[in-house]
Design a protein around this ligand. Structure first.
Ligand SMILES: Nc1ncnc2c1ncn2[C@@H]1O[C@H](COP(=O)(O)OP(=O)(O)OP(=O)(O)O)[C@@H](O)[C@H]1O
Length: 297
């Protein structure tokens, strides 16, 4: 199964260009879609999920033209949106059963079997009779993924699923995602770099509606090896450094700013080499795109 996206563009009526000629090829397995707030991740995922129209472009799912065969795509799709409401007084079992019917699983025995399996998989068995209004954020997200997994979808899209979860629930959720079959395409949209580092053999970075990087996390890290430098700086130095060098990030380490700079050799006294990680890859490509856009303007 392969998902191919070609030249996908979307401008909202207010003039925001949310997607600008997006090209992506996504094979079975976990695929991370990483980008800052407003990058266009939700727009891209909603378009793949047939919930909104692009202005231009094509999407193909294993030979199926997604934009022209929406009902057929929906049969193969599981989608966990960023925000979703559930009737708070209904039990988890009632909710899941209801969505199973909507998904077209009309045979009662088949529906029972799927509910058993999904409550087991999402570790919500003990809570199935409880009203969802009392669920924690993590339980709600796990119920959301159970809903998305109904009907054994071939394409699963989850939008920012770990935002707001505590570390225990976040790990539980990521483990759950990693257990989904390997012959299924799972697109994980997130702004959390560690989610991608922990789960995704392939990923893309979306910034300003454009794909600015796509590949394997290790390849992205390898490209930066030997080109990354760090230095503890005074806050007052930052503007001058940023004007002169490609500063990819400024982090506070025990209250003092530490810059990471992309440069082919040591950029000056006091800089020491640093081994890149995926966060550096993310910041490098985001800042590079911003610099290129500023130069073109
Ligand atoms: N319905 C809409 N009408 C107008 N502008 C929109 C609409 N939906 C999104 N946008 C704008 O399009 C851009 C991309 O939004 P989108 O929600 O796709 O980004 P995102 O990467 O998912 O961000 P976030 O993580 O904040 O949800 C943003 O500038 C956003 O304000």
């Amino acid at each position: 199964m392969r998902l191919t996206i070609r030249d996908l563009s979307k401008t909202y009526p207010n003039g925001v260009r949310a997607l600008r000629g997006v090209d992506l090829t996504i094979d079975a397995g976990m695929f991370g879609l990483l980008g800052p707030n407003g990058a266009g991740k939700s727009t891209l995922m909603r378009t793949i999920a047939t919930l909104q129209e692009p202005d231009r472009g094509a999407i193909d799912l294993g030979g199926l033209d997604v934009l022209r065969n929406k009902p057929a795509v929906r049969e193969r799709l599981g989608y966990l949106p960023q925000e979703f409401g559930l009737y708070p007084n209904l039990s988890a079992e009632h909710v899941l059963d209801h969505f199973a019917v909507l998904k077209g699983i009309t045979d009662a025995r088949e529906r029972r079997a799927q509910l058993e399996f999904l409550f087991e998989q999402t570790n919500l068995g003990a809570a199935r009779k409880l009203a969802v209004g009392g669920f924690s954020g993590g339980m709600k997200q796990r119920l959301g993924i159970a809903i998305a997994l109904l009907g054994a979808p071939r394409l699963i899209i989850v939008d920012e699923p770990t935002a707001g979860l505590d570390p225990t629930e976040r790990h539980r959720f990521l483990n759950l995602l990693s257990d989904i079959g390997h012959d299924v395409i799972v697109i994980l949209g997130t702004h959390i770099v560690e989610d991608v580092a922990e789960l995704c053999p392939k990923f893309a970075i979306l910034a300003g509606g454009e794909i600015v990087y796509t590949g394997a996390p290790e390849a992205g890290v390898a490209e930066l090896r030997g080109r990354l430098w760090r230095r503890v700086v005074a806050k007052a130095e930052l503007p001058e450094l940023a004007a002169r060098l490609h500063v990819i990030s400024t982090r506070l380490v025990t209250g003092r700013p530490v810059v990471h700079v992309h440069h082919f050799e040591a950029p000056g006294p006091g800089f020491e080499p640093v081994a890149p990680d995926l966060e550096d890859v993310y910041f490098y490509h985001i800042t590079r795109a911003t610099r290129l856009a500023a130069r073109a303007a």
